[in-house]
Design a protein around this ligand. Structure first.
Ligand code: BGC
Length: 750
């Protein structure tokens, strides 16, 4: 134990035992060596009901130019021992000052927990989560969240409110940017990678932080993509689509859960006993703690589910919610509810116990200042290797949507016109929910990235227009630059705050006059290659752009080193390997559109998709513009016919499915090999395709590799009639580089 932790331990124990002067040395020694469970029990025996309730209360600090600020009311509550956790307070100094109050000035000296939204990086910002998902690179996602945890913990943070594991199939919803997209399997695998990265193997280490699976549950299914909106969903969809990533979080040891803002089937998540007690606790055995989303207890009044805030407090604790983020509800009403006999004190003990156990696991009782080391803070933030890792992630997250006549990669001998409002941008490029990342500070713009490859004399620049607004005054200069250049790279997209929380859109086209700018350039230089580089937080309707640009590179918001990562892809230093984690529709009218839909009783015939009285549109095809799992490379990959180890398997067998993939193009490159199945007949209908596995491989040009997937009965199960079930029958199977294919092989389960 270092000096600091020894001092704080002695201090803590002195405070704990000072209230019971009759505790003898023997008992003190026993305390030191006992398990954390019995330490918590001993501590709780000393706590008043108010102090226990205090642990279930979280307040927010704020941030001013000089550092974190905490309101005088909140300071008072901390001193009274009525606060268990703080959010939005970071930096060694900021957290130490508050921790000192909690540890030294309260009766029992229980340390505070500091939480923060470390979503895709803390200072070094990685691509937005939807972009990270596009890499399909679980190791890289784990590494990025490990880096985020290292930086955040060096600034006093113990706990991130991440990952957001909500399945999202509606690009209107702004928070689609924050998740892993539309697929259950990919989303679940990515969830595990985040949790591992944030929490590491040992929570008591100073560079690991608690993860939080959010928002339980159904938040991504908000009606009409409007944030916080109503969710109605049958058990089939809830169990088979929206719950699995949360189950994956529990299985990977996530320590905390956050409630969703939405109601689900008429009951707000924060008061929903069925999802928190019945499923999360009883069925899944989760034993961490649950925090509400911001003011979500009080919002049950607006939902029309609670009569008043006191009633909402009662509903939340009864539903199994342990900590109240910002509602003040627990602080104001819990004791009264116990006194009136409406809430059993056992519920408060249970919540307090879970929170204290977590604090013990983090080692905060050994050393409440273990995350407060100025030297470490200075040495850790923006480490060169972190920035380098972010550069790689940016490249790996980019998805090449179109590349006619090998427009990309660029070569260094050409003059390139860089056009668009995001070319020199250092503010939007880090995206929404960008932790404590500096906007306009450390970020590398696309312009700077390209300067690493091209001499300044070969770069022409014109902004052309703003992201939003009607101003076309910059068009003339942009056209002029395009005329002088060999190729044109246009960097267009959304503003960073057009996605994220409370940022839903009913129009998912490029905002402002950006599409007009491409059109103007296209008609001024009809024979020159236009490369469109996109930054955006959601699938966009790119139907027009697809006809105007020769190449399209989707880079999402690529983060602090984004400009470098994008330039690496544009110049072929990194051969793009990203695949879409979410469907890009042709237009907004197709929403919801996702690859693993149901077949309907009138599916469209492939040879006549417009046939009358079939499930189609009269104005656009059913197909998306770019499907899930799709993404091009500078090279080409050929897939052999699929080989199955057997045509029939029993419930205890394992089927091996393999293909040989050959790099038939001119570049070395990565390919994401995807395995899909289709359960042809079920006691409830099954999706037309379901991803069941993927592997990211590297092939040198000319190289071949045989890739196998093992499928067991467990992979074929689904939820129906109150249980998971695997049903015998025929399953189609395919291994491809996209979800856009027709099955040709099948096997029988009997
Ligand atoms: C969001 C959460 C977030 C919390 C704390 C809420 O508005 O929905 O995802 O963790 O704020 O910042």
């Amino acid at each position: 134990m270092n000096k600091l932790s020894l001092v704080s331990f002695v201090l803590l124990m002195a405070t704990v035992f000072s209230c019971k002067s009759d505790i003898n040395q023997n008992e003190k020694d026993k305390f030191k060596t006992s398990s954390i469970e019995s330490k918590v029990d001993s501590l709780m025996r000393l706590m008043t009901l108010e102090e226990k309730i205090g642990q279930t209360v979280m307040y927010s600090g704020g941030w001013s130019v000089t550092g974190p600020v905490v309101s005088s009311d909140n300071l008072k509550y901390i001193k009274e021992g009525n606060v268990g956790a703080m959010l939005n307070v970071y930096s060694v100094k900021g957290t130490r000052d508050l921790q000192k109050i909690a540890v030294e000035q309260t009766r029992l000296g229980i340390p505070l927990l500091f939480g923060y939204d470390v979503i895709h990086g803390f200072k070094t910002i990685f691509p937005i989560n939807l972009g990270l998902a596009a890499s399909w690179d679980l190791k890289d996602i784990e590494k990025g969240s490990r880096i985020a945890a290292t930086e955040a913990s060096a600034e006093g943070i113990h706990w991130t409110f991440a990952p957001m594991v909500d399945i999202a199939r509606d690009p209107r919803w702004g928070r689609i940017s924050e998740g892993a997209g539309e697929d259950v399997y990919l989303g679940s695998e990515i969830t595990k990678a985040y949790v591992k990265g944030f929490q590491g193997n040992d929570l008591s280490k100073h560079n690991t932080i608690l993860a939080c699976a959010k928002h339980f549950v159904g938040y991504g299914a908000a009606q009409a993509g409007r944030d916080y909106h109503t969710v109605n969903m049958g058990m089939d969809e809830l169990r088979n689509v929206y719950l699995p990533p949360f189950k994956a979080a529990v299985d990977s040891g996530v320590e905390t859960f956050m409630t969703a803002f939405n109601e689900i089937n008429g009951v707000p998540a924060t008061g929903n006993k069925f999802i928190f007690r019945d499923i999360l606790r009883d069925e899944w055995g989760f034993n961490g703690f649950v925090v509400t989303d911001y003011t979500a207890i009080n919002e049950m009044v607006e939902h029309g589910f609670a009569e008043n805030e006191k009633h909402a407090t009662e509903l939340a604790i009864k539903a199994g919610i342990d900590q109240d983020m910002m509602s003040s509800a627990n602080r104001l009403y819990l004791k009264e509810l116990v006194d009136e006999g409406k809430v059993d004190v056992a519920l408060i003990n249970e919540a307090c116990r879970r929170i204290l156990l977590t604090k013990y696991k983090l080692g905060l009782f050994d050393d409440p200042y273990k995350y407060c080391d100025e030297q470490r803070e200075k040495e850790t933030i923006y480490k060169p290797e972190f920035l380098e890792a972010a550069r790689k992630s940016a490249a790996m997250s980019s998805v090449l949507l179109k590349n006619e006549e090998r427009t990309l990669p660029l070569n260094k001998n050409q003059t390139i016109a860089l056009i668009g409002p995001l070319v020199k941008d250092k503010e939007n490029i880090i995206g929404n929910w960008a932790g404590a990342g500096d906007r306009n500070g450390k970020a590398i713009s696309v312009y700077q990235g390209i300067q690493e490859y091209l001499k300044d004399s070969k770069i022409l620049f014109a902004k052309g227009c703003e992201i939003e607004g009607e101003d076309r005054k910059g068009f003339a200069k942009a056209i002029n630059m395009a005329k002088k250049a060999d190729k044109i790279v246009m960097v267009l997209g959304e503003d960073y705050d057009m996605s994220g929380e409370a940022a839903s859109r009913t129009d998912i086209k490029l905002p402002g006059v950006q599409t007009e700018l491409i059109k103007a350039i296209r008609s001024a230089v009809p024979n020159k290659k236009i490369i469109l580089v996109l930054m955006n937080g959601r699938p966009l309707d790119l139907s027009e752009e697809d006809t105007l640009a020769d190449a399209i590179l989707e880079t999402w918001f690529p983060g602090t080193s984004g400009g470098f990562g994008i330039a690496d892809v544009l110049f072929g230093m990194y051969n793009p390997s990203g695949k879409l984690p979410v469907t890009f529709p042709r237009n907004i009218g197709q929403i919801p559109i996702y690859y693993n839909m149901k077949n309907t009783g009138r599916p469209i015939p492939s040879d006549n998709p417009k046939e009358d009285y079939k499930s189609n549109y009269i104005d656009v095809p059913n197909t998306p513009l770019y499907p899930f799992g799709y993404g091009l490379s500078y090279t080409t990959f050929e897939y052999s016919k699929i080989k199955l180890s057997s045509e029939t398997i029993s419930f205890s067998d394992i089927l091996t499915a393999s293909v040989t993939i050959t790099n038939t193009g001119d570049y070395d490159g990565h390919e994401v090999v995807q395995c899909y199945i289709h359960d042809k007949v079920g006691s409830i209908t099954r999706p037309v395709k379901e991803l069941k596995g993927f592997q990211k491989i590297f092939l040198k040009k000319g190289e071949s590799k045989t890739i196998s997937f093992e499928i067991s009965a467990k992979d074929l199960e689904f939820y129906n009639n109150q249980k998971f079930t695997v049903e015998p029958g025929i399953f189609e199977i395919a291994i491809k580089g996209t979800s856009d294919f027709d099955f040709v092989a099948s096997f029988k389960l009997e």
